[in-house]
Ligand binder design. Structure first.
Ligand code: FAD
Ligand code: DLZ
Ligand code: SF4
Length: 509
């Protein structure tokens, strides 16, 4: 029998398909999972995220033991400082001769792990994370020779490769690759948002909640509202519920904003995909089957599959393609300090206050809230790119840098000179008014641009266009807007820019 190996499983690698488990010999090898302070505190993670990860790790280790594996589990109370320290102690305890780990999803940890072999004095093997549908090499071959990356073309290749939503001629079902135009409905409370099913909280989760309450008391997150699944079976029930009750309306209201619901008809599955409780291809296949069985429209199924097969894989490709320099990019040299109310949601801007408060309390906001309410505000106000990215990494339960950074720095803040998205997602209050029903109850008026009571998004939008006109003119679509702006009377423009300055000096306190 060859020498035992120590197989380290990280808190976001909790699936039986994890490559380090595939060839593991339960009689010979040791599995290591560790709750460590370095991972739990490199940003002030939302408490929901820490509970989710610790509880899911504890459930997963119990499952591995039931399957006959020898598991070393370090709980947070033991005070292990880092994954390196856990591996070092784990080697002594197990007498293993090598460490095997699936490559982490964050660059900082990958760099750290690359130094382990020389420090530990044993072989440290980093396996490729094959839980994604495009490997890093796949993305590089797709990207090579292209001047511009556009998700749509990547997505079409992925549809062909995985034969999703294709007809017998291997053409897209319904004759179109993309039904985005049918996914942009606004919200006027036309229908009732279905009640989400409760998730049972067992003793393990209860214990973790008590621990996190005590040790992370100043982090965001209201744990009395904890409602996440912590096992693969629990995550699957959430997905089943979504396919039965919400997928049907996901398409129509994908881009909508609602006063009465934080999640509307969204899947609420990103955290499960990201930590290994759900598998992306199986999710896409289940959604395709729901469409084929008549449970939803093609537009709904295509819209949902596009997010997972397209966007999720694309952003991961961009991250590894462009790191480490990516995190330093800042197209607009945005440096204004993040206002303290990003951590309290205490602002009169109704749409923003609601998006911030649910992000802080629940660790969740849907895509349009992240992009067009919070991200758009940060873009227009020129908030510091690094601070904004750190905020996103901290507050969301599904946040890991490989997915958070391209979405925030690239898509929302356009900090990467358009590598990720063809134009900045900048919009005035008019867009938010069209997409939802927040404005009615807001103290600001989305129809006004200047003066007391004018919606701050409006003057800040034109302030952004004005201060970055040289850059924006080079973009075909933004160029038209800059052209129209420049044709306006100088005194008209000055009044709006002055009002924008005033907003920046007052609202951002
Ligand atoms: P649904 O709307 O139901 O979508 C289904 C699934 O598609 C999601 O679960 C997710 O896995 C995937 N998906 C959708 N859009 C994207 C996208 N742009 N990138 C990657 N996957 C996508 N997603 C994260 O998983 N972690 C993050 O840290 C994160 N940060 C974001 C930051 C910003 C500024 C923006 C604009 C988007 C961010 N997203 C992030 C993408 C997206 O907003 C979330 O995946 C989604 O809101 C999760 O909720 P859901 O499961 O209900 O998604
Ligand atoms: C996010 C997180 C947290 C809060 N805690 C742990 C932990 O204690 N142990 C662990 O193995 N992983 C944790 N994680 C997930 C890691 O931060 C994640 O694996 C890396 O960020 C790479 O994606
Ligand atoms: Fe948001 Fe402006 Fe509408 Fe208020 S008026 S909810 S700030 S878009």
């Amino acid at each position: 029998m060859s020498a035992p190996t120590l197989r380290l499983i990280l808190g976001d690698q909790l699936s039986l398909a994890n490559p380090v488990l595939v060839n593991a010999d339960p009689k010979r090898d040791w599995i290591l999972l560790a709750e460590v302070s370095e991972e739990a505190s490199y940003v002030p993670h939302n408490r929901h995220k820490i509970v989710l990860i610790f509880s899911a790790m504890r459930h997963f280790s119990a499952e591995l033991r039931e399957r006959g594996f020898k598991v070393i589990y370090r709980s947070f109370e033991e005070g292990v400082p880092s994954l390196y320290a856990a591996a070092e102690a784990g080697l002594k305890e197990s007498s293993a001769q090598a460490v095997l780990v699936t490559a982490p999803g964050e660059h900082r940890l990958l760099v750290d792990m690359q130094s382990w072999e020389s420090k530990l004095g044993v072989t440290v093997l980093l396996q490729e994370d094959d839980r994604f549908l495009a490997s890093r090499d796949d993305f590089e071959s797709w990207a090579s020779g292209r001047k511009q990356f556009r998700m749509e073309y990547f997505y079409r290749d992925m549809r062909r490769r995985y034969r999703l939503l294709l007809n017998e001629e291997r053409e897209p079902e319904g004759g179109k690759w993309n039904y985005d135009a049918e996914n942009r409905g606004g919200w006027r409370a036309q229908i009732t948002v279905p009640e989400r099913p409760a998730v049972a909280i067992d003793d393990i989760t209860r214990e973790v909640i008590a621990l996190v309450d005590q040790c992370f008391s100043s982090n965001p997150g209201d744990l009395s509202q904890f409602r996440l699944a912590v096992t693969a079976a629990g995550a699957q029930s959430q997905l089943d519920w979504f396919c039965e009750h919400a997928l049907r309306d996901f398409g129509n209201y994908q881009d909508a904003l609602a006063e009465e619901s934080p999640w509307m008809f969204h899947g609420l599955i990103s955290m499960y995909l990201n930590i290994g409780l759900l598998e992306p291809l199986a999710v896409c296949e289940q959604v395709e089957a729901a469409w084929r069985d008549g449970h939803c429209s093609l537009a709904a199924a295509e819209g949902f599959i596009r997010q997972i097969l397209g966007w999720r894989e694309y952003v991961r490709g961009i991250y590894w393609h462009a790191m480490p320099g990516y995190a330093e990019r800042n197209t607009f040299e945005a440096k204004r300090a993040l206002p303290p109310w990003f951590w309290t949601a205490d602002t009169d801007m109704r749409c923003l206050s609601q998006a911030l408060s649910q992000s802080l309390e629940l660790g969740y906001a849907h895509h349009i809230q992240r992009l067009m309410v919070i991200g758009n505000f940060a873009l227009l106000a020129g908030l510091d790119v690094t601070e904004v990215c750190q905020w996103y990494l901290a507050v969301y339960v599904d946040a890991f840098e490989w997915v958070e950074l391209p979405n925030t720095l690239g898509m929302a803040l356009h900090g990467d000179h358009g590598l990720m998205a063809s134009k900045p997602y900048a919009a005035s209050g008019k867009y938010i008014q069209r997409q939802g029903n927040h404005c009615k109850a807001c103290r600001y008026d989305p129809k006004q641009t200047t003066g007391e009571g004018a919606c701050p998004y409006n003057s800040l939008y034109w302030h952004f266009i004005d201060r970055h006109q040289d850059y924006l003119t080079k973009n075909a679509r933004m160029g038209l807007i800059v052209g129209a702006w420049k044709k306006r009377d100088a005194s008209y423009r000055k009044a709006i820019v002055d009002w924008g300055d005033r907003i920046l000096a007052t609202v951002l306190d």
